[in-house]
Write a protein that binds this ligand. Structure first.
Ligand code: CMC
Length: 428
């Protein structure tokens, strides 16, 4: 058998180097020995981390070429069909499906951490009436850090678990309050008799009725969407979570940082952008013209393309299948026809085919959210709720891992060499 070694010859010096290979990867630090005359040594340059593994992980597996997604080894299709969000969150966080007892305890603890301190509500009340719900959510999650100062003890397993219960439990409450604030509606209390997504719908939509009646189809659809969004390995927000967590920051501020990364339209903000795009197109007949402009580089087709998937995003496939069940309850979203036509044309067009641009998770999720009655600017908030389990799983794996080190990338400095300060009156 061949040795797991990469031979490199530095043509500048003629010196050979043997670099060990593990998991088809070399350690960037092994390049540092390649140097001329005792200089700093060789580095790898990889903006956007397109070919750099930042960690070893056992949480989520993606094969982007084949369109495969698994959490802890379980195919996403099986989890979407048979599991529920809280069970999947447990799996993502702790590595195994829970036993019945573990499941019941987990649900109990999460459910009993859904209320927020009254001062949190006052804090949220301070936002402008038209503040974006995601801006409110990011800030309020960060503010939780001030309510639970013990969370700083990130290496205490009991304290850590307590914050996980709090974050998973309170996220739907904060998300719903960010929406109710914008609408000018009073905040609802959590209803602990309901499921995770049933309670979320109650928090959002209950008005004067004494008990909110949850529609089981919508409750299930939201639950499946939450499962699909629970984790997605080293994406922009997971990377932010690990990076912030690497300074031993508490999980509230780290989660707020991850949520801020999610907010951007190239990441979790894309489903909102898809809906705006579909509304802007407005008519199936205008799709070819829109595609022409995308190909001319005027703008991107939102909800298409992915850094990792070079095939149909498996999450988009599940959502597309589920859409009909939801539309049976809510009525068909008129924008669906435009989406289907966009997909049909794009999947036949060489511009998209040659670049392997397929619909991603955000292409259809927004249509379902809109049909359920969510306003577009809360879509990204809906993404943040379930992704909290993924962020916390990434954070814990980092903290307990053997390679725990503060994130601190290198740079290639291309600025001015040293020069002397010039007094203001002498500057040209
Ligand atoms: N529409 C048109 N062209 C595109 C698109 C798109 N949506 N996405 C990529 N391209 C083109 C891009 O112009 C480039 O072409 P060329 O080689 O001629 O310059 C090529 O495809 C490669 O693009 P890239 O920007 O180098 O690819 P990336 O891996 O850096 O970007 C992406 C991935 C998701 C940011 C990008 O595909 C995109 O902007 N998509 C639209 C936004 C979107 O839907 N985001 C949601 C991602 S899934 C949810 C999540 O995980 O957050």
């Amino acid at each position: 058998m061949s040795k797991e070694i990469l031979n490199i010859t530095d043509c500048r010096t003629g010196r050979p180097y043997e670099i060990p290979i593990e998991h088809e990867t070399i350690k960037a630090m092994d390049l540092r020995q390649i140097k001329i005359n005792g200089d700093f040594g060789m580095m790898a340059y990889d903006p956007g981390f397109t070919n750099t593994a930042s960690c070893k992980s056992k949480i989520t597996f993606i094969d982007g070429e084949k369109g495969i997604l698994r959490y802890r080894g379980y195919p996403i299709e099986q989890l979407a069909e048979k599991s529920n969000y809280l069970e999947t969150a447990y799996l993502v966080l702790f590595g195994e499906l829970p036993t019945k007892k573990q499941y019941e305890e987990w649900v109990y603890h999460v459910t009993h951490h859904t209320f927020v301190h009254e001062n949190v509500k006052k804090f949220m009340d301070g936002f402008q009436y038209d503040a974006h719900p995601m801006g409110i959510l990011v800030s309020t999650v960060a503010a939780l850090s001030t309510f639970y100062p013990e969370a700083k003890k990130v290496d205490d397993p009991e304290i850590r678990l307590h914050q996980i219960h709090r974050l998973i439990g309170k996220m739907p409450t904060l998300a719903a309050y960010s929406y109710r604030h914008k609408m000018g509606f009073p905040f609802n209390l959590p209803d602990n008799d309901l499921s995770y997504t049933g309670n979320f719908l109650n928090l959002l939509f209950k008005m004067s009725e004494p008990k909110y009646e949850v529609n089981p189809v919508l409750e299930k659809a939201l639950d499946v969407l939450f499962i699909l969004h629970a984790d997605h390995e080293q994406n922009c927000s997971a990377n932010a979570m690990r990076s912030i967590g690497s300074s031993n920051a508490d999980p509230y501020v780290a989660t707020a940082g991850a949520a801020a990364a999610l907010y951007g339209p190239l990441h979790g903000g894309a489903n909102e952008a898809v809906l705006r795009m579909l509304a802007e197109i407005g008519d199936v007949k205008k799709v070819p013209e829109y595609i022409k402009r995308v190909k001319a580089g005027d703008f991107r087709l939102m909800g298409f393309g992915h850094r990792v998937y070079k095939n149909y995003d498996p999450r988009a496939k599940i959502i597309k299948q589920m859409a009909d069940e939801v539309f049976e309850v809510t009525g068909r979203n008129p924008l669906l026809d435009i989406a289907l036509e966009l997909e049909r044309i794009a999947l036949e067009d060489d511009f998209f085919v040659s670049r392997k641009l397929y619909p991603n998770v955000d292409f259809y999720s927004g249509l379902i959210y809109q049909a359920i009655g969510f306003p577009t600017d809360i879509f990204v908030v809906l993404f943040a709720i379930p992704r909290t389990s993924g962020w916390l799983a990434q954070w814990m794996e980092f903290l307990d891992g053997p390679d725990r080190k503060i994130a601190r990338p290198r740079q290639i400095y291309l600025g001015e060499p040293t020069r002397d300060y010039v007094d203001l009156d002498k500057r040209k």
